[in-house]
Design a protein around this ligand. Structure first.
Ligand SMILES: Nc1nc2c(ncn2[C@@H]2O[C@H](COP(=O)(O)OP(=O)(O)OP(=O)(O)O)[C@@H](O)[C@H]2O)c(=O)[nH]1
Ligand SMILES: [Mg+2]
Length: 430
């Protein structure tokens, strides 16, 4: 008898991925409360606020009061500087709660002081410690007035540098829904986008699948990507595949309301035994059609996972993460606001979005989004005032040296990804 060889395996202890949702300020904490109502498992929910009394009412599992010495337990009264200072003062306590996180969703409503001021500070802390950070930002109703809207938009400019992925909802978009809904129902509808994103990502990572996507895939698709659409769609009936995917890739309340221009799509399909290959292929076809938008021959980097589940007989659920959006060329969603002469109150026309430039010029803007020039009444670029958000196809009127370099870099990378269509897409001059 030969000598017996004892083989022993040593495994590093691997803990399962941690997903947390952290709500900041009044609106952010409301979002967390609404998630508590859904009783979703596998997700830790945290509420952060300056306002001690509103925090006491929160149903979150973990509550962190920030800035006691700054606001003495009250809100900031709409002052983002106080929100920022409060987060800075208590950053250690926030870090302690999030340091073991793999994916952090930050929910915050902008326009007040706590959410707007504290969110960029906390996002920066999270991102710097290597946590995948996804922000879900709710922008104020337009009726709240230009100063609230301006605070919110400045906050968004600041935040962009500190998150991997950004989902923005304008509260005003929800007013296009039935106006018979109560304000709470409207907020719940908005929050459903966050709920779907959180549950969708959890399911991709944890649910059993015969072709499996995992935490690394989710991270690869979301790290440093900026604008993001995460959607879930479910349907039954004859066209269940087609309807499910259309529901997932259209999110009318999100600023990024469709996947047009997305170069990277992660798709997870959950189906029953009755789903055919034809239905699956139709789903892929729709993704490619919708992502390409008006452009032909542009390829989409599409990675897929599949779960077979008896409970899904007769229905299909699709979960989509769309990123790497090509902006401008396909028509960027821009917010245009009326410009009033501060002295006379005269309406001067409309201006485009706030220039998306880094707050600190020494710090690069992660997205390198070009700045815009306001169009002023009487000038060559005059357009009628727009009081509602609408789409516009815009080319950057000029680029800074840095933006020019970033553009060249993007073009070089794009040339290697889809060389055949490059000339057609970017023009022949590069
Ligand atoms: N979608 C949504 N928006 C909200 C909600 N609550 C407030 N908002 C919006 O968010 C903006 C900021 O409000 P809050 O979140 O209460 O402000 P805060 O961050 O607590 O700031 P301070 O109280 O000023 O310190 C408001 O102008 C509202 O438009 C909510 O539950 N859902
Ligand atoms: Mg508050």
């Amino acid at each position: 008898m030969g000598e017996k060889t004892a083989i022993s395996f040593e495994f590093e202890s691997v803990s399962s991925p941690k997903i947390k949702v952290l709500g900041i300020g009044g609106g952010g904490c409301n979002s967390v409360d609404m998630l508590m109502d859904e009783k979703i498992s596998g997700i830790e929910l945290i509420a952060v606020n300056t306002d001690k009394y509103s925090l006491e009412r929160s149903r979150a599992e973990i509550k962190i009061q920030i800035g006691e010495t700054v606001t003495r337990g009250m809100g900031t009264g709409g002052d983002p500087d106080k929100g920022r200072e409060s987060a800075q003062k208590d950053s250690d306590r926030v870090m302690k709660v999030i340091e073991d996180t793999d994916i952090l969703f930050i929910a915050s409503a902008f326009g007040g002081g706590t959410g707007t001021g504290a969110t960029p500070v906390i996002a920066e802390l999270a991102k710097k410690s290597g946590i995948l950070t996804i922000a879900f930002i709710m922008m104020p109703f337009e009726y709240e007035g230009p100063s609230v809207v301006e605070i919110a938009e400045k906050g968004l400019v600041e935040l962009r540098d500190y998150v991997d992925s950004l989902m923005v909802v304008h509260n005003s978009s929800a007013l296009n829904m039935e106006l018979t809904k109560t304000p709470i129902e409207v907020f719940r509808e908005i929050n459903r986008i966050l709920l779907n994103a959180v549950v969708g990502i959890r399911d991709i990572i944890f649910n059993p699948a015969y072709i499996k996507l995992d935490l690394s895939d989710v991270k690869n698709y979301l790290y440093g990507k900026g604008k993001t659409l995460i959607g879930v769609g479910e349907a039954d009936g004859e066209k269940k595949g087609e309807e499910a995917i259309r529901r997932a890739i259209n999110s009318p309340l999100l600023e990024q309301e469709s996947i047009a221009g997305a170069r990277s799509v992660l798709l997870h399909v959950t189906h029953g035994h009755d789903t055919t290959m034809k239905e699956i292929l139709r789903i892929m076809e729709i993704i490619r059609e919708e992502a390409s938008g008006k452009m032909e021959d542009i390829d989409v980097n599409l990675k897929t996972g599949f779960s077979l589940n008896d409970e899904f007989t007769g229905k299909i659920r699709t979960t989509v993460i769309a990123t790497d959006f090509i902006e401008d060329e396909l028509g960027e969603t821009v917010k245009e606001t009326e410009v009033l002469d501060k002295r006379t109150g005269e309406n001067l026309g409309v201006e485009g979005p706030e220039p998306v430039l880094p707050m600190d010029p020494a710090k690069p803007n992660a997205k390198g989004t070009p700045s815009s020039v306001p169009t002023i009444k009487g000038g060559e670029d005059f357009e009628p005032p727009a009081t509602t958000r609408r789409k516009a196809t815009r080319k950057p009127p000029f680029l800074t040296k840095k933006e020019e370099e970033e553009k060249k870099d993007i073009q070089a990378r794009s040339r290697s990804i889809f060389p055949a269509s490059f000339e057609k897409f970017f023009g022949e001059d590069e």
